[in-house]
Design a protein around this ligand. Sequence first.
Ligand code: ADP
Ligand code: 5GP
Length: 212
Amino acid sequence: MSAAQPGRLIILSAPSGAGKTTLAHRVIEELAERGCRARFSVSYTTRSPRPGEESGRDYHFVSDDQFQRMIEDDHMLEHARVFDRCYGTGLAATRQALDAGEILFLDIDWQGARQIKARLPERSIGVFVLPPSRQALQQRLEGRGQDSAEIIAGRMREAQAEMSHYAEFDHVLVNDDLEVAVAQLLAICLGQPVTGCAASDHETLIQELLAP
Ligand code: ADP
Ligand code: 5GP
């Protein structure tokens, strides 16, 4: 996508561990090879940095007061409380990216996705990423080696609440075979026809993932 073409926002939502970060990094590389400028949006959050996380790269880590002021000054495109912490997407940086014709990937929850679709319906595409099974989700959370057993159990519980919002998204993509998922997300980003990314393509899986 060149500067002559309008930029767009690719909203990626998923339960933690479904693979959206892996997918987006791969697609950003593929887009770069095609001469498209694409990158991750860096959100604001009031949570503390985890070991290895850097302010400005992973998040802009801010205080509750700073976050509140940004909302009051209308500097947030969207914001939400997730896991009892505040998260939000800055308006200025998003505008800049769109004006520059970039593809910006937003790793945000369903509440933020809903606000952006309402505010920028023409410039945003919502993609919900599902794991191929509950067992695969658990294995990926464990395999990532980042979280304790207690945190993983919590993320598995939260996964169902997040996944129950799949129908609000333009596309539902199952990240089973990574190469297939990368090709599907790439096609979505390039505005090309894509198959196998409708909620109706995954009815049985969705029932299984959402079963009590
Ligand atoms: P998220 O950003 O959604 O929390 P990650 O991208 O961190 O998830 O992926 C979670 C783990 O699953 C990582 O260890 C990653 O390497 C692995 N993973 C991602 N996609 C796949 C896939 N299609 N098949 C198997 N493992 C995957
Ligand atoms: P984490 O703290 O694990 O990095 O992220 C927790 C959750 O917050 C994830 O579901 C992520 O998608 C969501 N999140 C991260 N940044 C934002 C944001 O800017 N806005 C919203 N609404 N959610 C976000």
